[in-house]
Design a protein around this ligand. Sequence first.
Ligand SMILES: [Ca+2]
Length: 241
Amino acid sequence: MAKWTARVPWLLGLLAVSLGAELLTNGGFESTSNWDCWGIQCTLTDNKHSGQHALEVTGREQTWQGPSQTIEVQQGHSYTVSGYIRLLNDDNQGQTVQLEVNLKFEDNTDDYATVAEHTGARVSDGWIHLTGKFSAPDKAIKSARIYYQGPAPAVNFVVDETSVQSTSPSGASPNVDDAINRLRKSDMHFPCYDSRRRRQETSPNPHCPEKEGIPIRHGSGRTLLQQPGYDEIQGLHSPAL
Ligand SMILES: [Ca+2]
């Protein structure tokens, strides 16, 4: 009988790192949902970076005014931040554009951190990519929020394609826990390889599951195997074939 090898034992750990890490909802601004625009006007525009729409921000009276969204930040964890902004007017001088994170702690203190910044921004720059990282202190967090801000009052701008992702090694976010729970309850679907390293059919494969006593029936589900990014992670971490 052919010798089978299952690519499963390291899967859950890899998924915990790679999946469910996006903290924002509607980061692509395909609608105005989930974003707060306190004291300013936010409207959808087809002047977008990607997708069909972006968010046009007008009516600002303070440099710190801009669209914001709550995020679920975990104490001691690290995150990467990315977003796109373009100015619609610039007062004929370079403007500062920022992504700012506000953390409110259970001890009633606050932290404000500029996690990404570009100075000297002009209308002629077009889309500007803001990227950065931040780490939450190791103390209890009550709430967190990310903002676009920075340009002078009366400067209007458009934002699109915004992301906040966990980079902590454990990746232990609620979304990941949910994903793993769904995985455990779903039908198996994973590749097996014969002794000549040829990929075999699965779903389920009666010859594959018992390699080295691994509890395959609690292994990986089809839904998660099709998640974006999985193939890349699988390629990086697969045993040499
Ligand atoms: Ca978009």
